[in-house]
Design a protein around this ligand. Structure first.
Ligand code: NAD
Length: 498
């Protein structure tokens, strides 16, 4: 199947040619070098997208300011109706968008269809917020009504990563719009096409012109211009800790809020009383999801020394059974890494671990076979005998590399697991209630899975501690990021002239 070309069709969401989306119109203005979009499975160039200039950023923000004023006057029910149409159209176009996601990001087509289902769930949750309590009435003097109520922020900038280009678009757009904001999306340089298609879908669903724009371009030019724009009132970003720090430093100049969901180094902890079979299966699933490119992936597996042998044996057999294959093959469960740059980074981390004394039990680089010669294919990889001193224990891998280390006591385990600079997710496998509850208290992570793998749910709170971020997405706590509060004192008693 000629998947590369089939994503650009006259009637399709992407249209015949890619570009920014401003006020519902596709724009191809160039403000810098065009960015290539590469199919990670083949290395083929799929498209070139323009980079937005500062002037185009200004145009989009100015339109957003006007559109937001009108949108905020609409009732919650009216906004929810538009979101419901987006939800419906997402269902109708699920395969078309999933195809775009697979072509530009490399995940298996079945997983991409699942990602669109995830995107729908974010809209479903946001729609439920039409019935939320939007303020408080506080006891005060007689003849006075004191209220504190939620109001939208205004124009939100959403800076997206590449690992879930459709779901993370929805994760940010759905609550921002439901809360009464305008939103300008800056997709990742690697995966701009999904956002363009989704913006067109939102237009068809009735999102007013100017309320939602997509601007393509590099983070440090287009992204930074958006963050610095005086009329942008909040930034939500998912990506690297480095990028998050830069964005926060720029937002600090304007004193605007940021919500940052950054990298992770999730420990996957297997206590001696765990269900070993289940833990081994989940350790592999939590590592290979999206070829290891998820911030909640199992980044370092801690297994108690007494069950090490049995656990590693099972993990190895599960890993060995997974074969990378073309994302559009019916049975595909493991696709390529998103970019050559990521492949090189993962390879050098594996090589460094082996040089530092780890044992390479499986994989280690490009899988064998002609079909893997081009593109960013990385074989499922198992590293054992990993120790605390190795770089791979501390740095985020973001690839299909399962690294196993052992521990002997609970206290040692907690100290080592908490030593990471990150604090997003952790996994705990144990059938001992005391151990589980104590670990929930002691682990310094914002999201902990016990005896199960992810993904997270739209009604939870996806929040990273330490270098994993600030703020967070999802649920009522994530929704609140898109709001500020207004206090009013209304006098109505005789002493106020009544
Ligand atoms: P990145 O932080 O460079 O990019 C993420 C987004 O931020 C992109 O849209 C980028 O253009 C933008 N950006 C970067 N610097 C910016 C700046 N100064 N101002 C405004 N926008 C800016 O991350 P990446 O290149 O996508 O991935 C690098 C690493 O980040 C990965 O290897 C992985 O470790 C981590 N990552 C984490 C997640 C996650 O879900 N938390 C997702 C993707 C990547």
């Amino acid at each position: 199947m000629d998947v590369n070309r089939s994503i650009f069709t006259a009637q399709g969401l992407l249209g015949p040619e890619p570009g920014h989306v401003i006020a519902g119109i596709r724009r191809t203005d160039h403000g810098g070098d065009p960015l290539p979009v590469i199919d990670p499975a083949t290395g083929a160039r799929v498209a070139e997208v323009p980079s937005a200039s500062d002037a185009l950023v200004d145009e989009a923000v100015t339109l957003a300011v006007t559109a937001q004023r009108a949108w905020a006057r609409r009732s919650h029910t009216e906004r929810a109706k538009v979101l419901r149409s987006i939800h419906t159209l997402l269902g109708e176009h699920a395969e078309e968008i999933a195809r775009i996601v697979s072509v530009e990001q490399g995940k298996p087509f079945g997983d991409a269809v699942g990602e669109i289902g995830g995107a729908q769930n974010f809209f479903e949750y946001a729609i439920s917020q039409q019935y939320r309590d939007i303020g408080e009435v506080i006891a005060t003097e007689s003849g006075e009504q004191l209220t504190v109520r939620e109001v939208p922020i205004g124009v939100v900038a959403a800076i997206l990563p590449w690992n879930f280009p459709a779901a993370i678009f929805a994760r940010k757009v759905a609550p921002a719009l439901m809360a009464g904001n305008a939103i300008i999306v800056k997709p990742s340089e690697f995966t701009p096409l999904s956002a363009m298609a989704l913006a067109e879908l939102c237009r068809r669903a009735g999102v007013p012109d100017g309320l939602l724009s997509v601007l393509c371009g590099p983070g440090r030019s287009t992204g930074s211009a958006l963050v610095r724009h005086p009329d942008v009132g909040m930034v939500t970003m998912t990506g690297s800790t480095r990028g998050g720090r830069e964005i926060m430093a720029q937002a600090a100049q304007k004193l605007i809020p940021v919500s940052l969901e950054l990298g992770g180094k999730a420990p996957f902890i297997v206590f001696p009383d765990a269900d070993i079979d289940r833990a081994a299966k989940d350790a592999v699933a939590a590592r290979l999801w999206n070829a290891g490119q998820v911030c909640t992936c199992n980044e370092i597996t801690y297994v108690h020394q007494d069950i090490r042998e049995e656990f590693v044996e099972r993990v190895q057999s599960h890993l060995a059974a997974v074969e990378p294959s073309d994302p559009f093959a019916a049975s595909s469960t493991l696709g390529p890494l998103v970019a050559e740059r990521e492949w090189t980074k993962v390879k050098s981390m594996v090589d460094a671990a082996v040089e530092q004394g780890a044992t390479l039990a499986l994989g280690g680089g490009r899988p064998e076979g002609e079909q893997f010669a081009a593109g960013n294919w990385f074989a499922p990889t198992l590293l054992t005998d990993v120790t605390e001193q190795m770089d791979i224990t501390r740095n985020e891998v973001f690839g299909p590399v399962l690294a196993v280390t052992t521990f002997s006591t609970y206290d040692e385990l907690i100290t080592r697991a908490n030593a990471t600079p990150y604090g997003l997710s952790a996994y705990v496998y144990s059938n001992n209630l005391h151990t589980v509850m104590q670990a929930l208290d002691d682990l310094d992570f914002g999201e902990i899975y016990v005896n199960k793998a992810g993904p997270e749910r739209p009604q939870g709170f996806h929040t990273g501690w330490k270098a994993s971020g600030l703020g967070g997405d999802d649920g009522t706590h994530g929704y609140e990021r898109y709001l500020r509060r207004k206090t009013s004192y209304v006098g109505y008693g005789p002493s106020y002239g009544g």
